[in-house]
Design a protein around this ligand. Structure first.
Ligand code: FES
Length: 156
């Protein structure tokens, strides 16, 4: 009677791509951002522990919620690569995601509410227009001629 092949405890980047449904390039990108980590085989090929699949799933959910990678990295930082997040850790992340989402919703709601004044106006005034300078963000980040210190954006 033939025995079934034994599963390798480590996954190649192709294995992770196939099982997560993500392109290899995305996995390399996540690795470059420190979101996932791989060891190297003797032939210098990436080898992932199986926990990477759960980590990738968490990253995808967080991205779907609109969180930037920098925030996702901060959320994952306490969970070292190679260890599987516990249910309690995932619950804690979800609570933080909820707070981050609520912050975004509140910001968008404020912007929507101020938009009424812009309809039919078109001034895009730095002092008055919430679209051009929402909540006076420029005034909060620096003083003086903030825009003069920046390279002009294309199309503005
Ligand atoms: S376009 Fe005039 S206030 Fe926004």
């Amino acid at each position: 009677m033939a025995s079934s092949p034994r599963l390798s405890p480590l996954l190649s980047v192709g294995d992770v791509a196939r099982r997560s449904g993500l392109p290899v390039s995305t996995l390399h990108f996540y690795e470059s951002k420190g979101l996932i980590a791989a060891d190297r085989s003797r032939g210098n090929q990436r080898r992932y522990t199986r926990d990477v699949l759960r980590r990738v799933a968490i990253i995808r959910v967080a991205q779907r919620l609109g969180l930037p990678l920098s925030e996702i990295a901060a959320l994952l930082a306490p969970i070292p690569p190679g260890s599987v997040p516990t249910q309690a850790e995932v619950r804690a992340m979800a609570a933080r995601w909820r707070a981050a989402l609520q912050e975004r919703i509140d910001g968008l709601t404020r912007l929507r509410d101020h938009l009424d004044g812009c309809i039919g106006c078109g001034c895009l005034s730095m002092e008055e227009c919430p679209l051009r300078n929402p909540a006076d963000q420029l005034g909060q980040t620096a003083s003086g001629p903030v825009l003069l210190d920046r390279a002009p954006a294309q199309g503005s």
